[in-house]
Design a protein around this ligand. Structure first.
Ligand code: ZN
Length: 494
């Protein structure tokens, strides 16, 4: 299998128990049939992102043309074939293939077809024919991309044959990445214009997802894009922008972001992160009060934290896990609290795990659900903290506690539908700040094959031994110097 599909394959191997070669055949031999209700608000965007996300993996893709104007069909074909012209989108046919997974972008479809639909900032996913999808308001760019990413996950569960214990097929999932709840109406209406001044550190699997979502929202302003690398062939299988031509031309990744972010004044910084601080303090690169990080390693996260912005929103993935770390200066743990350099200082996660009082052997039983009996004998306060986690897989809890994040291998670029969900959480959190939605927790994770309805949302605390606590005065001085050079809009502080 091509190198660019290796992440999907690795992920599938762990979730299915099948051998890589058997999986390779299974995935290449799979068929996903997509149909679209063109009258659904942002239905075409949802379909485009669903199809292009699926096209980054192996298998046959079929578009059901019924009801679609010719122009829309051609636009979808161009987008999909641009990603991978060797596996072109098939229009029509294969209707009788009963092994195919069928997915409909819209509210109603025949039995056996999974439906997806954006609703405001969030999405519906429904496999049960009895589920009624009645969007409370038109979807926006975030809702459309989230619906597409969730839809691509449903396809993967079927085509890869993910084991029953490792996945949930959503009978009717509703989830909003702004409020982190199933209430799709709670977040206020999207403003006509969203002025932003932000840094995007890392234009990789999650970073390209963030750029894609921002480009589909009424967002505008200034954006500093930081990534030293050029787009490469293997990136095509995991990123949300970048196509076959880019795999040949190899543009800087920051250039890819600038290409889609047309309403932004994009400052491209195609150099190592270590050079960014020097450039910021020399005044050649603007300091941004808001920073979105989309990075692979704890080292890079700690380095980015040294910008000491007002707010740093960190998107993360690890195999099938989707994660969000939200740091508001002076309130939340910083990236150095969560990913400490010195191993003799317990990470925020380790402190919390010890605090929870769960035995190591219980934490090791990853796929079992946390049961009431696990809580027996614990002091009442410990039981109280764990009760919301009852019935959730222990692996989710363990990862939610960040017990794997000390390991650099734990957060790697994942399959694109996982990275795109992480990007949705990051942009959802950014919008929560813009809309004045009180965020729940500063640490959120869920398993992309289980779904956000079983997310672990936690309030992590700052580490008293961390640089951010010990050297608070130095940081305040640095922030004052950098911030005084910056005007422009600021997000609502917490
Ligand atoms: Zn800290």
């Amino acid at each position: 299998m091509a190198l660019e599909h290796s992440r999907s394959l690795l992920l599938a191997e762990a979730a299915t128990g099948a051998s890589q070669s058997a999986l390779e055949r299974r995935l290449e031999d799979s068929t996903a049939v997509v149909s679209v209700d063109p009258a659904l608000p942002l239905g075409m965007l949802t379909a485009r992102v669903l199809l292009t996300t699926l096209r980054r993996g192996p298998g046959r893709l079929v578009l059901e043309p019924d009801g679609l104007p010719g122009g829309e069909i051609r636009r979808l074909e161009a987008a999909v074939n641009g990603v991978d012209g060797d596996r072109p989108l098939r229009v029509g046919g294969l209707a009788g293939d009963d092994r195919a997974i069928r997915i409909h972008v819209g509210s109603s479809a025949p039995r056996g077809v999974t439906r997806i639909a954006p609703d405001g900032y969030g999405a519906h996913v429904a496999a049960a024919s009895s589920a009624v999808i009645r969007p409370a308001r038109p979807g926006n760019g975030l809702g459309a991309v989230y619906a597409a990413a969730l839809g691509a996950a449903e396809v993967f569960k079927h085509t890869a044959g993910v084991r029953t214990a490792r996945r949930v097929i959503h009978r009717h999932l509703r989830f909003c990445p702004v409020t982190l709840s199933g209430d799709l109406s709670r977040a206020p209406e999207i403003p006509a214009s969203i002025p932003l001044n932000l840094g995007l550190i890392g234009v990789g699997a999650i970073g390209t997802g963030i750029a894609l979502i921002l480009s589909e929202l009424p967002a505008e302003g200034e954006l500093l894009a930081v990534d030293r690398q050029q787009f490469d062939r293997e990136n095509r299988g995991t990123y949300s922008i970048g196509n076959a031509d880019d795999a040949v031309a190899r543009p800087n990744k920051v250039e890819l972001a600038a290409r889609v972010l047309r309403r932004f004044d994009v400052h491209e910084f195609p150099y190592p992160l270590a050079q960014l601080l020097t450039a910021v303090d020399a005044g050649t690169v603007p300091w941004t009060p808001l920073v979105l990080t989309a990075l692979d390693t704890p080292e890079a996260r700690r380095e980015a934290q040294r910008l000491w912005p007002d707010r740093l929103i960190d998107g993360a993935t690890g195999d099938t896990m989707v994660g969000l770390h939200d740091h508001t200066h002076g309130h939340d743990p910083c990236m150095r609290c969560l990913f400490p350099e010195r191993h003799d200082i317990p990470s925020g996660a380790e402190r919390l795990a010890a605090d929870l009082g769960l035995a190591a052997h219980v934490l090791a039983e990853g796929e079992r659900l946390l049961e009431t009996s696990d809580l027996r004998g614990m002091p009442e306060d410990q039981q109280q903290r764990l009760r919301p986690q009852l019935g959730k897989p222990i692996c989710g809890l363990v990862r939610a506690l960040g017990l794997t994040i000390a390991d650099a291998e734990g957060f790697m670029p994942s399959a694109p539908f996982i990275s795109l969900q992480a990007a949705c959480l990051s942009v959802g959190r950014l919008l929560a700040g813009v809309l004045g939605v009180t965020p729940s927790g500063n640490f959120m994770q869920y398993d992309g094959l289980i779904g956000p309805q079983h997310a672990s949302v936690l309030h992590m605390k700052r580490s008293p031994e961390c640089y951010c606590s010990v050297r608070a005065q130095t940081i305040a001085t640095v922030r004052a110097r950098r911030g005084s050079a910056v005007g422009g809009p600021r997000l609502n502080p917490r």
